[in-house]
Design a protein around this ligand. Structure first.
Ligand SMILES: Cc1ncc(COP(=O)(O)O)c(C=O)c1O
Length: 391
């Protein structure tokens, strides 16, 4: 009855774990949820107030399909201020979250017969975005000891005449890895030789802890085929407002807008007013949240690396760590895979994580540190206890 297209989609593993956590909580268990992909802070007050005003002032109707001119102008200003990227409003599309932006772009550019490079470990949605278009996701290895930067020989070996796109996500979900400028430049060069599009998913661009972030499109010389994707979700703790945006080639932006106009009509009018305030209003909360995340990153990486048989690279950004437990998996009969370990933590300790298998890496487990200091400390104690039990 259902189409073959729907059969190509796998349900999101991260959303599935969030649902499991809610189930346990409803049953009265004191759950520590480290599976979340969203900041644990409230949306800053100036943004909330802008949303309230938008309702009172009647911004409650359809807007232009690709977003209001005010918000597009705010995006242009933000990209210039923070990222040194200079676009015209005709090169901007506002969508219902960065996920929607990426989905639209895949639909506009990829089809059966195309191949799209995805670096592994990858965000769970990338392979599905690609395969639903009929194109084939092609996975390229990364170096877990060096911010999960691409293994360039593997990338070169996987390029074919069918390569239509390459998806970069730095800072990365699930690894938190932030690539060096050199690594990004090399990928840009390879993409240019292959005449492939680069998708730069920059939704964690404000969350880097060891050096300021540099956008992909600033780095290369010929970046006409780079599409930049950003979002209000993680930067401004606005995951539920659903505002993301794309900047790049006008023809692609128009095509994405056409698709969006016949699917979601327009992004939420109220959220667009709030997002305008987020992007060009007071930015001080962003730095405050970044500092809190940095402290938590330092804490959790330090705790993990003190545990026997665990290795965790110090990730430069986002709010995830992706430690390697393959030593344990190689020696323990009960825990043979990331799913086994993630389920053990869930069932025995009520700590919710996401198994690395969902991200293409079965030796790892993803922990989000978008959680209170108290929860992080308790979760690390429980993980330590688990490893001792399993010795
Ligand atoms: C790598 C990555 N890209 C894009 C998104 C999409 O976020 P949103 O649709 O809320 O903007 C997420 C959210 O988890 C993400 O982790």
């Amino acid at each position: 009855m259902l189409t073959e297209r729907i059969g190509r989609i796998t349900p999101s593993a991260t959303l599935a774990m969030t649902a499991k956590a809610a189930e346990l909580r409803a049953a009265g268990k004191p759950v520590i949820n480290l599976s979340v992909g969203e900041p644990d802070f409230p949306t800053p007050k100036n943004i909330r107030l802008a949303g309230q005003r938008a309702i009172e002032e009647g911004h409650t109707r359809y807007t232009p399909g690709g977003g209001t001119m005010e918000l597009k102008k705010a995006v242009v200003e933000k990209l210039s201020r923070d990222n040194n990227l200079h676009y015209d409003t005709s090169q901007i599309l506002i969508s219902c979250g960065g996920k929607h932006s990426l989905y639209n772009a895949c639909q506009a550019l990829f089809q059966t017969g195309d191949e799209v490079i995805i670096f592994s470990p990858y965000w769970v949605s990338f392979p599905d975005f690609v395969s639903v278009t009929g194109a084939k996701p092609v996975f390229v290895n990364t170096n877990p000891l060096h911010q999960f930067e691409p293994v360039l020989d593997d990338l070169k070996a996987k390029i074919t005449p069918r390569t239509k796109g390459i998806i970069i996500n730095s800072p990365s979900n699930p690894t938190g890895g932030v690539w060096s400028d050199e690594a990004v430049l090399k990928v840009l060069e390879i993409a240019q030789d292959a005449n492939a599009w680069i998708f730069s998913d920059e939704c964690y661009e404000q969350l880097t802890y060891d050096r300021p972030y540099i956008s992909t499109a600033v780095l290369g010389e010929n970046t006409e085929k780079v599409l930049t994707f950003q979002s209000c979700s993680k930067t401004y703790a606005m995951t539920g407002w659903r505002i993301g945006y794309t900047a790049g080639d006008e023809k692609v932006i128009q095509a994405m807008g056409k698709l969006q106009g016949q699917s979601t009509s327009c992004p939420c009018s109220i959220a667009q007013v709030a997002a305008t305030e987020a992007l060009i209003g007071d930015q001080s909360e962003v730095a405050i949240m970044r500092n809190v995340f940095k402290k938590r990153r330092d804490y959790i990486v330090n705790r993990l690396n003190k545990m026997n048989g665990v290795h965790c690279d110090n990730p430069g950004g986002a709010f995830y760590v992706f430690p390697d437990f393959s030593t344990l998996m190689g020696s323990n009969k009960k825990i043979q895979s990331s799913n086994d370990l993630s389920m053990y933590l869930l069932e025995q300790k009520a700590v919710v994580t996401v198994a690395g298998k969902a991200f293409g890496s079965d030796g790892n487990v993803r922990f989000s540190y978008a959680a209170s200091d108290e929860d992080l400390s308790r979760a690390m104690d429980l993980l330590e206890e688990t490893l001792t039990e399993l010795e």
